[in-house]
Design a protein. Structure first.
Length: 247
C-alpha cells in the first residue's frame, strides 16, 4: 500500500493545537487572578474564562488529532498494512481527512478511538453505557462519538464534488466508512446509514466492497490527480529544505 500524508499540515496544526491549549490555560489563570484581586471586574473575568475554555478545548482536540502518537493517519496505515500498491491512502491532502483509492472504488474514512458498546442504528448512533463516574469524565475527553454519520456524509459529498471539478470525465461514487481503532469496541449494527468497521476488519471490508466499481481508466485518472497534489506539495517542501541548507 502507498501512503501519502501531508506532514507539513500535520506539523503546523500540531503546533497550533499546543499553542492554543497553552494560551487557553494562561487566559484561564489570568481570569482567576483577576476574579480574586479585582472582583468588581466580573464581566472581564467571565469573558476571559469563556475565551480560555474555548481556546483550551480547541487546543486539546487539535492536539489529539495531530500531535498524539499514534495519530489517526498512522493508526489507519497500520491497520491497512499488507495491502498491495494498488491501494493508496491520502491523509490531509483532499477535502476529506482520509481518502482511500482502491482498485474497486473510492472511500473516505472517519475515525474514532472510542471503546465500549456502540449501537449504530440508521442515522442515529449512540454509546450504550450505564451511568458511572467514567461516563461523566468522558465529557472532558478530547474525543466523543459526535455524529459520525453526518461527518462521513459531508466527506463523501465533498470528495464527489472535488472529483467532479478536478478530474474530467470521472464521476466516481464515494463510499464512506467509520473506522474504530479501539480493540474493545463492540458494535451492534442495525441497518446503519454508514458502514461502521473495526480497524482490524478494514482490509477485508475493502477487499469485499464494491466501492462504486471503478474502471481501470477511472482509477488511473484519480490516482494521477491525487498524486499531482501530494507530489507537487512534497516537491515544493523538498526544494525549500534544499534552499535552506544551501544558505
Amino acid at each position: 500500500m502507498k501512503v501519502y500524508s501531508n506532514t507539513r499540515q500535520i506539523g503546523r496544526r500540531a503546533k497550533v493545537g499546543q499553542i492554543a491549549n497553552l494560551g487557553g490555560i494562561i487566559v484561564l489563570g489570568g481570569g482567576l487572578v483577576i476574579s480574586v484581586t479585582k472582583p468588581e471586574w466580573s464581566l472581564y473575568t467571565l469573558a476571559l474564562l469563556v475565551v480560555g475554555v474555548v481556546a483550551s478545548q480547541y487546543g486539546i482536540v487539535t492536539s489529539y488529532r495531530y500531535a498524539r502518537k499514534p495519530r489517526p493517519d498512522e493508526e489507519l496505515a497500520n491497520a491497512l498494512k499488507g495491502l498491495d500498491d494498488r491501494y493508496r491512502l491520502y491523509n490531509y491532502w483532499l477535502p476529506a481527512y482520509h481518502v482511500m483509492l482502491a482498485p474497486r472504488g473510492l472511500y473516505v474514512f472517519v475515525t474514532r478511538g472510542l471503546g465500549g458498546k456502540l449501537l449504530a442504528e440508521g442515522r442515529k448512533w449512540r454509546e450504550q453505557r450505564r451511568f458511572s463516574l467514567g461516563r461523566v469524565l468522558r465529557i472532558f475527553s478530547p474525543e466523543s462519538l459526535g455524529n459520525p454519520v453526518r461527518e462521513a456524509e459531508w466527506d463523501r459529498d465533498a470528495m464527489k464534488e472535488w472529483v467532479r471539478q478536478h478530474v474530467e470525465g470521472v464521476e466516481a461514487d464515494v463510499e464512506p466508512m467509520v473506522v474504530f481503532f479501539n480493540a474493545s469496541v463492540d458494535i451492534e449494527a442495525r441497518s446503519p446509514a454508514v458502514k461502521p468497521v473495526r480497524a482490524k476488519a478494514i482490509k477485508e471490508a475493502l477487499r469485499r466492497g464494491e466501492g462504486g466499481g471503478l474502471s481501470a481508466e477511472d482509477y488511473r485518472r484519480l490516482a494521477g490527480a491525487f498524486d499531482d497534489i501530494a507530489g507537487a506539495a512534497e516537491a515544493a517542501d523538498s526544494n525549500g529544505r534544499d534552499r535552506a541548507k544551501a544558505k
